[in-house]
Ligand binder design. Sequence first.
Ligand code: ZN
Length: 133
Amino acid sequence: MRSYTPTVIRRSDPARVEIEWSDGAVSVYTPAELRGLCPCAQCVDEISGRRTNDPASVPSDLRQSDLHMIGNYAISMRFSDGHHTGIYTFPYLRENAPEKRDPAGGSPSSEAGRAAPDSGGRASPGAGRPAQG
Ligand SMILES: [Zn+2]
């Protein structure tokens, strides 16, 4: 079981929200992305679970303001279109982070020149030692 805990939430730029997670990952969202993810009852039908707002209709230049914590498990904010009822839990944010450009696919490491530790004559280790006494 993984816990999604943010260590830093940057919201000083109204055109983006940046979350730094406890495992070192960083997720950057635009307000439009967050608006499109909005899980509130106005945006998602509670019965069917179907999204009733169209993320494609969200203006890309949407701004956020008044971002604040809900308890210690979620954030909420006000969008420049007036919408402010969305509560974004941290696992939800993490799972929907736009950073899908993960490097997990191809392993690039052919680490050319992995320095072979000792190949015969090693340089004297105590070369630069200060004279004692
Ligand atoms: Zn909503």
